[in-house]
Design a protein around this ligand. Structure first.
Ligand code: URA
Length: 357
């Protein structure tokens, strides 16, 4: 018998306050206006004369951005990179998100921008600019004349924040982002700490609509050691947070098994306003870091304007007859990625297959 944990959309109800719901409705009103303008804009493009609709869309985006900034400004557990960074840095992240959304961005380029996104998220979460203590790295270089050379590099001393972490992977869409986060931790830990991995096979039932969605955690294809999650700093890295349902399903399951983490951090590239609020309300003490916030969801629980299915764009689509397993997915990322993240790949393989000598 398969061991499946199911969270229903209705289990998520009741977390949002009346004020949250009003804010979400206000975003929907603005976004509905934008949808009307998109149609006009498409017609204007067809005749080669972008005009009024373009200006209307820009105006609405300014309004929606200001509103989301105000709303999230009152939640210190929701950190939105694009709202918190000084205006000078805004262009970089805006351009990055634009590339991820663009239908012309192919898989390799998409992976490249996701890597950059997670580097920025890491900076956001670990406040590197504000850490004055430093660790010294002494690096052996390839230059041996006149003697073996070494170079000294100072990095922020944040080992205490990194070396108790466990990377919790929401398979499959979050596999590569989780490997990226784990590598960031390894690079900033002075001892080269490689995070353990806990792998959770979680998916939404895509035949359903947001209001009756099921979130399915498949324990038969999940790999983790409950004991090793206690008192740890758990990190989740899901590129897209639509409703927060997948994350809440895993956390509720861990709680039901008696796991008490030291902390939980959730890293997303784009979060819908509703998803961020829902997670912040449902999971006590969590901290949410998102590079960008999008205003609303459609009825199928996709983020709007969004970037489509992040899992498909990262991993490519499986054939229906022969879906790939996780090891095949990693192999499909190619030699470069497998080499770059070789410590993470080894840790993941050991988690799935058991310790090997
Ligand atoms: O828009 C969305 C929502 C959830 N997951 C995705 O990949 N995209």
């Amino acid at each position: 018998m398969s061991r499946q944990i199911v969270l229903h959309a209705t289990d998520l109800d009741g977390y949002l306050t009346q004020e949250d719901q009003d804010n979400i409705s206000q975003m929907h009103e603005l976004y509905d206006k934008a949808l009307v303008q998109y149609q006009k804009y498409a017609q204007e493009l067809e005749v080669g004369a972008p005009g009024r609709a373009k200006d209307e869309i820009i105006g609405l985006y300014n309004q929606m951005g200001d509103l989301m900034k105000d709303i999230t400004g009152t939640h210190d557990r929701i950190q939105v990179y694009s709202f918190l960074q000084p205006k000078e840095n805004h262009g970089e992240v805006s351009r990055l998100i634009a590339k991820l959304r663009d239908t012309r961005t192919q898989r390799q380029e998409f992976v490249y921008y996701i890597q950059r996104a997670y580097e920025l998220l890491f900076q956001l979460a670990y406040h590197m600019g504000q850490t004055t203590r430093k660790n010294h790295l002494i690096i052996k270089t390839p230059v041996t004349q006149p003697v073996q050379n070494y170079a000294v590099h100072k990095i922020p001393a944040i080992d205490d924040k990194l070396e108790n972490t466990v990377m919790c992977v929401m398979l499959r869409g979050a596999l590569l982002p989780s490997m990226i986060m784990s590598k960031e931790i390894q690079e900033y830990s002075s001892s080269g700490y490689v995070t353990p991995f806990a792998l959770f096979r979680i998916r939404r039932d895509d035949r359903k609509q947001e209001r009756d969605m099921d979130y399915l955690l498949d324990l038969d294809y999940s790999y983790f050691d409950l004991e090793s999650l206690n008192d740890k700093d758990l990190i989740f890295a899901d590129p897209m947070n639509a409703t927060g349902g997948s994350l809440v399903t895993i956390i509720r399951y861990l709680e039901s098994q008696g796991v008490v983490p030291r902390s939980i951090r959730f890293f997303t590239v784009i979060s819908a306003l509703k998803g961020a609020l829902q997670v912040a309300r449902a999971v006590e003490h969590i901290r949410i870091y998102t590079l960008w916030m999008d205003p609303v969801l459609n009825t199928a629980a996709y983020i709007l304007p969004g970037l489509g299915d992040a899992g498909d764009r990262l991993n490519g689509r499986d054939s229906d007859e022969l879906p790939r397993n996780m090891i095949q997915l990693i192999a499909d990322y190619g030699q470069n990625i497998a080499n770059l993240y070789r410590w993470q790949v080894r840790e993941i393989e050991q988690t799935v297959l058991g310790k090997m000598i």
